[in-house]
Design a protein around this ligand. Structure first.
Ligand code: NAI
Length: 462
């Protein structure tokens, strides 16, 4: 039996970042992880491998569609599927190995196995029970299916199976037009699959700015994805070499059928708390099956904390990381803080989509008078030079004070550019502050400045 200041359960972005910060703050730290490699869902079977696949297939798309016009002639590359998966696995391996190195550097113990919490202050891994002054649950989430749809990871797959398919499917049906459905749908559309996305709501990426939703859908349709909107999937059944998906639209009571080689279920995720023994411990849960915590990430059990996908809030790696660092500060007797109003959300398609803060619709509902500055990438020379003149930057300000309340970008490198606006919002900046900041020419970021100018006397290149 070993004794620790902190034992963290789960080595995903929430858990491993929290462990490093705990160690940096002088706490004796261990992390329990049952997977063969560190990094959790994000590094092993989520964010990172999907980005490798998005990059590889974007290159293919460029070769097929844009090379010739730039004077790059010749045969387009053909797809060696096995090699593409090997490239993805190599990217994952480099990153998981990197965390192992950081654990050693920071003297963090990796307790290999799956954890149970038999009582407050104790963590059982295999046959061994370890003591901890504090325990942080960072066990993440798992795919949530819908009634009538059973994931077998062969024909009916979650994102995990979709990153390990034996071959590129001819027909792919995606259930859910959320982030996972659109990122992986894009990957397979670029590889030549016929991709049909079935979505229950009337707009894709529910909750996002309506302007972005419309433009994004139009661009994806141009890239070959088809959408069936306002349609609730009733079932997905694997058959001999083919799967069948049934759905009902809001407009009709008749059940419609779709055939597919592979069905990707991307209907959301749920907290992964199985086997932790939370029931027996009497841990309070929310109505949505999340661990209930206070503003310091403490549960109702003394010395037990929870962060990331197992608690409320967006299921995003960077939200978990921020909570991981903040809870470490709390455990070290310092002040931990997360600004939940400034957490960016990014969809890594081409173009990328990135948002932060509130949408126009949300602010209208709150009765806030707003001003909107919008600038189209068509007016940005750099974007046009790389065939990415679609999309826009939109900044929403308080009409009375010019303070930035929200922003959305659909365009090249949107996921990186959004941070200019995040920092501005953290500092309580006005659109004028951005408009008065010199931006290098020619860069995509000039579009952010132009949108800020549009909140005032007007953009220059519009
Ligand atoms: P999601 O919650 O983003 O989208 C699920 C979609 O499925 C919704 O649009 C919903 O209306 C639809 N749906 C639900 N039931 C349906 C039915 N019966 N028929 C048709 N449509 C139905 O969930 P997703 O895409 O699975 O992602 C899970 C989580 O992982 C999210 O919280 C997401 O933020 C996170 N994630 C984030 C990424 C990023 O930041 N780039 C990448 C991948 C995942």
């Amino acid at each position: 039996m070993a004794s620790y200041d902190v034992i963290i359960i789960g080595a995903g972005p929430g858990g491993y970042v929290s462990a490093i910060r705990c160690a940096q703050l002088g706490l004796k730290t261990a992390v329990v992880e049952g997977r063969e490699t560190l990094g959790g869902t994000c590094l092993n079977i989520g964010c990172i491998p999907s980005k490798a696949m998005l990059h590889a297939t974007h290159m293919l798309h460029e070769a097929e569609h844009n090379f010739a016009s730039m004077g790059l002639k010749g045969k387009s590359p053909s797809v060696d599927w096995k090699q593409m998966l090997a490239y993805k696995d190599d990217v994952v391996g480099q990153n998981t190995g990197g965390i192992e190195f950081l654990f050693k550097k920071n003297k963090i113990d990796w307790l290999k196995g799956w954890a149970t919490i038999p009582e407050a202050g104790k963590v059982k891994v295999g046959d061994e029970v370890h003591e901890a002054k504090n325990i942080v649950i960072a066990s993440g989430s798992e795919p949530a299916s819908i009634p009538g749809v059973e994931i077998d990871e062969k024909t009916i797959v979650s994102s995990t199976g979709a990153l390990e398919l034996g071959k590129v499917p001819k027909k792919l049906v995606v259930i859910g037009a959320g982030v996972i459905g659109l990122e992986l749908g894009s990957v397979y559309a670029r590889l030549g699959s016929e991709v049909t996305v079935v979505e229950y709501m009337d707009a894709i990426t529910p909750g996002m700015d309506a302007d972005v939703q419309r433009t994004f859908k139009r661009i994806l349709e141009k890239q070959g994805l088809s959408f069936i909107m306002g349609a609730a999937v009733q079932s997905a059944k694997p058959g001999k070499g083919k799967a069948t998906v049934t759905y009902k639209t809001k407009k009709s009571d008749t059940e419609e059928t779709l055939d597919a080689d592979i069905v990707l279920v991307a209907t959301g995720r749920k907290p992964f708390v199985e086997g932790l023994g939370l029931d027996k411990l009497g841990v309070e849960m929310t109505k949505r099956g999340q661990i209930a915590t206070d503003e310091h990430w403490a549960t109702n059990v003394k010395g037990l904390y929870a962060i990331g996908d197992v608690i409320e809030g967006p299921m995003l790696a960077h939200k978990a990381e921020d909570e991981g660092m903040a809870v470490a500060e709390v455990l070290a007797g310092k002040h931990g803080h997360v600004n939940y109003g400034v957490i960016p959300g990014v969809v890594y398609t081409t173009p990328e989509v990135a948002t932060v803060g509130k949408t126009e619709a949300q602010l209208k509902e709150e009765g806030v008078k707003t001003k909107v500055g919008k600038f189209m990438f068509m007016g940005n020379a750099r974007a046009k030079a790389v065939h990415q003149g679609e999309g826009f930057v939109k900044i929403i300000t308080d009409a009375a004070t010019d303070r930035i309340l929200g922003a959305a970008i659909i365009g090249p490198a949107a996921g990186d550019m959004i941070h200019e606006l995040c920092v501005a919002m953290e500092f309580g900046a006005s659109a004028e502050d951005i408009a008065l900041t010199c931006h290098a020419h020619p860069t995509y970021s000039e579009a952010v400045r132009e949108a800020a100018l549009a909140c005032g006397d007007g953009a220059i290149h519009a």
